[in-house]
Design a protein around this ligand. Structure first.
Ligand code: FAD
Length: 417
């Protein structure tokens, strides 16, 4: 792949402290690059465990890691702020607070956000699970709904509808169902568990579609065993404050609707004037440079290579972030860039206690059940950023699964009425 960064300069601005942005910064350490990391939050979020925060299994701090702590160890800088625009000709990044940052190389690692697909009422009446704040809001609303039923205010039942049968939807449905079977009796003796309903709606014919058929049917069976009402081949037509309308016209009462149906680039990205592909993802070449922009790279969920659609997962983001750092080093050394090759290390999803699916080595190894769950648990704890987070997450998850029968397995916040 060609190179055409002409004049000297080592100022690198990385936008986004997620898997991709942190990997870029980590791999640039000691390279001589002058790196500034920008994020709208002062923490990096470990999204794979957000559903545990949303169901009261983990504290919000367990999945958040200080960016300043990370940056200090890498001898770079952190700038808290939201990127509002980019001036590619002047090579500056404009922040919403009025600040600007000059760059010689820019790395876009902003991730993506929830996609409502234009479904009426979805944005207004559902809860998403993309940020730490959303996970807390979801937890508080769930707890508030349980308190309402327990105190006999309003309806005497509770329905949680989860839209989307991917990993997030399956994990959320499985955990809420377990909360009902394992935790409710002790914590809410007033509530009849049979009056708490969990409905999972998926418009495709299968759950966990990227996984092998055997693993998909295992996940479905596990959810059915946990008394989750699974509706496949069912799309949502409309959402209201207390219902979802299905495409066959049926209206289902819903006290809490969770939207886990898909992702898209944030709407504001359009204004940055960069080329975009489907889902609004930024168009990059094989070396992960943005099309037509020799000094701008994109990595992670937000980037889309034309003929190489990578899954929007942590591993591709990490590997792409590292690759971007290597290309910046090559350009600073006057060398041409080289193409990115993704090494699929596997994927996994969990349904609940003792139940998960694991696929490794391009599908050569597949397993389910307790061993898969322990693998899932171990890998997520190990890959959590920061030693303290690893310990606190291990303690909190251990506590959750052991203490449920005693009624103290849930971390609480301020319930919403
Ligand atoms: C609920 C959930 C569960 C998931 N589970 C798994 C899983 O089990 N396994 C797996 O591999 N993947 C999972 N994923 C996907 C995985 O989290 C993403 O693929 C990964 O986070 C992508 O990394 P990224 O660096 O591209 O973006 P992100 O991790 O999303 O990071 C983007 C960063 O950019 C910042 N940012 C965005 N816009 C701006 C702006 N304008 N200005 C400043 N900062 C900005 C954000 O604050 C954020 O810190 C899950 C995702 C979700 C939402």
């Amino acid at each position: 792949v060609s190179a055409s960064a002409t004049d000297e300069g080592n100022r690198v601005v990385v936008i986004g402290a997620g898997f991709a942005g942190l990997a870029t910064m980590r791999a640039l350490t000691g390279s001589g690059a002058d790196v500034t990391l920008v994020d709208r939050n002062v923490y990096s979020t470990f999204q794979p465990l957000l559903y545990q925060v949303a169901t009261g299994g983990l504290n919000p701090g367990d999945v958040a890691y200080s960016v300043r702590g990370f940056v200090r160890k890498r001898h770079g800088r952190f700038r808290h702020g939201t990127v509002a625009n980019i001036d590619t000709a002047g090579r500056t990044v404009a922040l919403a607070d009025g600040g600007t940052l000059d760059y010689d190389y820019l790395v876009l690692a902003t991730g993506v956000t929830v996609n409502y697909f234009g479904i009426p009422g979805a944005a207004e009446h559902t809860r998403a699970l993309y940020t730490r704040a959303e996970a807390i809001a979801l937890r508080d609303e769930l707890m508030g709904a349980l308190e309402r039923v327990a105190s006999g205010r309003g309806r005497d039942d509770l329905t949680v509808v989860i839209v989307g049968g991917g990993a997030t939807g399956v994990e959320m449905a499985g955990t809420v169902a377990e909360l009902r079977t394992a935790g409710l009796a002790a914590a809410f003796p007033e509530i009849n568990p049979a009056r708490v309903r969990v409905l999972l709606v998926e418009q495709g014919p299968e759950l966990l579609s990227p996984f092998h058929p055997r693993l998909r049917s295992y996940a479905l069976r596990q959810l059915l065993d946990r008394h989750v009402d699974v509706r496949l081949n069912t799309a949502i037509r409309k959402v209201t404050s207390d219902s979802v309308v299905l495409d066959d016209g049926e209206t289902v009462h819903s006290d809490l609707t969770v939207w886990a149906a898909g992702v898209a680039a944030p709407a504001g990205l359009k204004a940055w004037g960069l080329p975009q592909r489907e889902g609004g993802r930024i168009a990059v070449g094989h070396d992960l440079r943005v099309d037509g922009q020799p000094r701008i790279f994109a990595a992670g969920d937000i980037a889309r290579i034309d003929d190489q659609p990578l899954p929007q997962l942590a591993q591709p983001a990490l590997q792409a972030g590292q690759h971007v750092a290597q290309q910046i080093k090559r350009l600073m050394d006057g060398q041409p860039t080289i193409g990115f090759r993704y090494h699929d290390k596997g994927s996994m999803a969990t349904i609940g206690r003792g139940a998960a699916v694991v696929e490794l080595s391009n599908g050569a190894i597949r397993f389910t059940g307790v061993s898969a769950w322990l693998t899932w648990l171990g890998l997520h704890i190990v890959t959590l950023l920061g030693g303290r987070n690893r310990i606190s997450a291990l303690v909190n998850l251990g506590w959750r699964y052991l203490a449920w029968p005693s009624g103290s397995g849930v971390i609480v916040g301020d319930v919403t009425e």
